[in-house]
Write a protein that binds this ligand. Structure first.
Ligand SMILES: NC(=O)c1ccc[n+]([C@@H]2O[C@H](COP(=O)([O-])OP(=O)(O)OC[C@H]3O[C@@H](n4cnc5c(N)ncnc54)[C@H](OP(=O)(O)O)[C@@H]3O)[C@@H](O)[C@H]2O)c1
Length: 260
């Protein structure tokens, strides 16, 4: 029987990869973005979930706690009949609470969904390979060079989300996902024939503000400020073999991803 899969944030980079993977797997996909309605509007969200059995949720670049809580309340009210919902937190979550809104709004979203009656799987990705912009022999990124990072491709996020949407036994769990290779900055840069340059988070914020808007750029830069502490060096580490075994997905090596 064909079941409709709802992808919230389907026009975004991550939601787009999820929608593409689900469509490739033969599922009927319904996207939700602002052209369909606003996540803050309960009527629009309820309509989006009509006839939907499975849903993938990526929250937009909004870090106001009250607004994100409204989005999540609307999703929970609309998704009660869903057989499975996968929340992509867009980031890993620190073990203890922080003052970083990009972490804590997603922690609250995950807790609310896991505490609801909706069979939910929470996927916590590290950073995406698509964030990288190697240029002129330099790969600049706001992560200290010695941190080991399980860089994930958006296509692999799509595959992992599709797997989580169809596995009954994972409901109620949170999974730290990541890519095939766990590398330091210089190891990553060598794939692109570049030198690694750790970008100060302030510079990253100034660079991203025209692209994301000031508030979102500041919120994202705060995650990298938190990460720059040596005690947080393992935040984006990963165990690719365990992720592959748990979700039955073959992850893409960075070299293969870079070769296109
Ligand atoms: N870990 C990483 O490396 C990484 C990288 C990037 C982002 N992220 C995180 O991932 C999340 C999404 O970021 P993104 O860059 O993927 O965002 P994005 O590409 O801008 O996608 C956001 C999606 O949400 C939709 N949307 C925005 N506001 C909405 C609203 N009020 N109601 C309904 N739909 C709305 C957008 O649709 P329209 O704009 O078409 O309306 C789009 O489909 C954020 O939490 C971000 O921090 C993480």
């Amino acid at each position: 029987m064909t079941q409709t899969h709802l992808v919230i944030g389907a026009t975004g980079a991550q939601g787009g990869a999820v929608a593409a993977r689900l469509a490739r797997d033969g599922h009927t996909v319904r996207g939700f973005s602002r052209k369909h309605g606003d996540l803050a509007d309960p009527v629009a969200v309820r309509k989006a979930f009509e006839g939907v059995s499975r849903a993938s949720v990526t929250l937009p670049l909004v870090f106001d706690a009250g607004l994100v809580a409204r989005y999540v309340d609307n999703i929970i009210a609309a998704a009660r009949h869903c057989e499975r919902l996968v929340l992509n937190t867009g980031n890993r979550l620190p073990s203890a609470r922080t003052s970083v809104a990009a972490f804590e709004t997603r922690r609250d979203a995950a807790d609310a969904l896991l505490g609801s009656e909706i069979p939910t799987v929470v996927l916590r990705p590290p950073v995406y390979l698509e964030n990288l912009r190697p240029a002129d022999g330099v790969l600049a990124y706001p992560i200290p060079p010695g941190h080991r990072v399980a860089w994930l491709s958006q296509a692999d996020l799509g595959a992992l989300t599709a797997a989580a949407l169809h596995r009954a036994d994972l409901a109620g769990t949170s999974i730290d996902i990541g890519g095939r290779d766990v590398v330091t900055g210089p190891e990553l840069a060598s794939v692109f024939g570049a030198d690694y340059v750790p970008l100060p988070p302030d510079e990253f914020e100034a660079w991203m503000a025209p692209v994301l808007g000031g508030a979102a750029a500041a919120a994202v830069a705060d995650t990298y400020r938190w990460l720059s502490s040596p005690e947080n060096a393992g935040f984006y580490d990963g165990d690719p073999t365990a992720v592959e075994a748990l979700l039955g997905v073959e992850l893409t090596p960075i070299r293969r991803w870079a070769a296109g």
